[in-house]
Write a protein that binds this ligand. Structure first.
Ligand code: CA
Length: 228
């Protein structure tokens, strides 16, 4: 699962270590050295996950976490707290503030990667069974049914997963490699043009209700599910 991860850490060496490891694991990273800088970055782009240091100059990690959780746009961003403190009480404070997980320094890069991966899995909306409806297109993960304006649409299993991913990640552009990671769970052994084949099939399946237009090709980038 490749994600965009914001790292908020004021110590350059640790920031570098965390960023390099997450990049090696295939993620894209954004870096901030203060909560103030991170807030500006989050306004521009909502990351898929935030790794947040507890002890920051100015607004500290706990306060930043609180602000994230009180803002509707950012309240469900997965959050991992990073701290040198190992006391149980601090851990509880971090979790009460809304952190999803907690890592104590020093930590192994492997542990960090494993926690990031687990949290992304746990919080990925396409992994849930919630019915999603967008502009007359309705997808029910539990019964594997898709309807367009009330009419049943026939989708193959891959097209179903692809549509489920798109509907839970609307208005964002995904490259073929990202789609392979997210939908196939593999970008090493599956060819990129496989994505194009299934996009074609998906559009064909959505044609009867006119929802094929929601699957947009973004030139030289990839694909996007968009209402605009
Ligand atoms: Ca620090």
């Amino acid at each position: 699962m490749a994600a965009t991860i914001l790292i908020v850490e004021d110590e350059p060496a640790i920031q570098e270590l965390v960023a390099c490891n997450l990049e090696l694991a295939g993620h894209r990273t954004l870096r901030a050295e203060s909560a103030e800088q991170a807030m500006r970055m989050v306004r521009d782009e909502l990351p898929d996950l935030i790794v947040l240091d507890w002890m920051l100059p100015g607004v500290n990690g706990i306060e930043f976490a609180r602000r994230l959780r009180t803002d509707k746009r950012t309240q469900s961003v997965p959050l991992i707290m990073l701290t040198a403190r190992a006391e149980e009480q601090d851990k509880l404070t971090g979790l009460e503030t809304g952190a999803d997980d907690y890592i104590t320094k020093p930590f192994s890069p492997r542990e960090l990667n494993a926690r990031v991966k687990a949290l992304l899995r746990r919080r990925s909306p396409q992994a849930t069974d919630d019915v999603i409806e967008v502009s007359g297109l309705r997808l029910d993960p539990a019964s594997h049914r898709v309807t367009g304006n009330g009419t049943s649409l026939q989708l193959g299993p891959t097209e179903f997963r692809l549509l489920h991913f798109f509907m839970t990640h609307a208005e964002r552009v995904y490259t073929r490699v990202q789609l392979l990671d997210q939908v196939w769970g593999d970008h090493v052994f599956v060819e990129e043009r496989t994505v194009d084949v299934h996009i074609r099939r998906l559009r064909k399946a959505l044609e009867p209700s006119g929802h094929d237009k929601l699957i947009q090709t973004v030139r030289s980038s990839g694909y996007r599910f968009s209402l605009n």
